[in-house]
Design a binder for this molecule. Sequence first.
Ligand code: GRF
Length: 197
Amino acid sequence: MSIPRVVVLASGTGSLLQALIDESSNLNIDIAALISDGEVAACDRARAAGIRVVVHEMQSNRNTWNAGLLKILHDLKPDLIVSAGFMKILDSELVAEFSGRIINTHPALLPDFPGAHAVRDALSAGVRVTGSTIHFVDAGVDTGPVIAQHEIEIRESDSEESLHERIKVEERKLLISVVRDLTQGKVRLVNGEVVKA
Ligand code: GRF
C-alpha cells in the first residue's frame, strides 16, 4: 500500500503541524505540503523539515482564491487534508470534493464555542470544562461530524493564552491518534456519519 499523502493547512505557529512532522515516520505518512494563507511561523517549521510550502494569500476576489486553493489541492492529490489552525473558511465546492478526507482541529468541545475565538468564548461563558475537538469538515463553520474530543478543566487562574496552551498539548496527541485511525482505515465518514471499525 502506498504511503498516505497528508496536506496540512495552517495560519499560525504550527505546533500541530510540528507534532505531525515529529510523528510522521511512526504514522507512516508523507506530509506532501503545508498550505498557508500567509508567511507565518508554520511555514518555517515545514521548510525546516524539508516539506513543500505553498503560501496562498487571500485575494480581493474570494472566488478566485477559492478556485486557486482547489487547484493547488488537486495538484497535490492528498489522501487526507488536515486543517490545523487555518483561519479561512473553506468553500463548499472544495469541502464537497474532499468530503471524508478533510479534518479540522478546534480548541473547544463542539458544538460549544464554534468560530475563531473559541478559547476566549469558553472563558467568558464561565464554563468549568472546555477542550479540543477533531471533526470532519462540512460546509458549515466548525459543524462537521465529530471524530474525537478531549476535555480540559478550566482553572481560576487561566488566561486565554494559558488555557489555549494546555488545550494545544492535548490537541497534538488527539490529532496524532485521529490521523493514525484515518490513515489506517479505522475511522471513516459514511453518509455523513463517523464510522469506527
Ligand atoms: C489550535 O488550537 C487549533 O485547534 C486552532 O488553532 C490552533 C493552532 O495552533 N484552530 P498551532 O498554530 O498549531 O500552534
